[in-house]
Write a protein that binds this ligand. Structure first.
Ligand SMILES: [Zn+2]
Length: 192
């Protein structure tokens, strides 16, 4: 299924027409969420789980508030990214587990093997892996979130507004506009 949501901002509306009622196609609202495979693949490659757009970070650690492709806000509720730390922790623990098991087998074959090298490797993993996987952990967690809780109508409208705004180069000015959904039936773009 084509990613219709990603194109919602390209209706050719000019900026001074924002006060008119937003057009959202039926597909924008009811389109099925991507499959779990697609969501996780996008998350694991540091892309937006909803539309697959990349370039979600400024630098290594600073995630943009919204997807530059579809406008989705990544932090959908306060404290949302705590889950990302869990993912990061799990990845690091998994690597340490592999290291320990590898050492157990190695020690079995080489009874004289010391523990200094594996300990140094383990500490290095403990320090480096969370930094290395930090941005991936966030997009993977975001993929889980979109998979478990599809976007609500208010979020879809907000995302479409943000995507449209970013296309005319004012991305940074639409950040903290609150989480209030639209009034029922209004579907209006931001006036002003
Ligand atoms: Zn997106």
């Amino acid at each position: 299924m084509p990613q219709g949501g990603a194109r919602v901002g390209k209706r050719g509306q000019r900026r001074d027409h924002w006060s008119v009622t937003r057009e959202l196609s039926v597909e924008d609202v009811i389109q099925g969420k991507p499959t779990w495979g697609t969501l996780l693949r996008r998350g694991a490659t540091k892309r937006c789980p909803r539309c697959g757009a990349g370039h979600l970070y400024r630098g290594w650690f600073k995630m943009k508030e919204r997807c530059p492709g579809c406008g989705m806000r990544f932090e959908r509720e306060p404290g949302f990214f705590v889950g990302a730390y869990l993912i990061n922790f799990a990845i690091t623990e998994g690597m340490l587990f592999v290291l320990v098991m590898g050492f157990v087998f190695w020690k079995d074959q080489h009874p004289d093997a010391g523990v200094v090298v594996p300990v140094v490797i383990g500490i290095s993993i403990g320090v480096v892996a969370p930094i290395l996987f930090y941005p991936f952990a966030r997009t993977i967690w975001s993929a889980f979130d979109v998979g478990m809780t599809p976007l609500e109508l208010g979020e879809i409208v907000e995302a479409a507004d943000a995507a449209e705004a970013s296309e005319v180069g004012v991305e940074d000015s639409v950040g903290d506009d609150g989480r209030d959904g639209p009034e029922p039936g209004s579907l209006r773009g931001r006036s002003g």
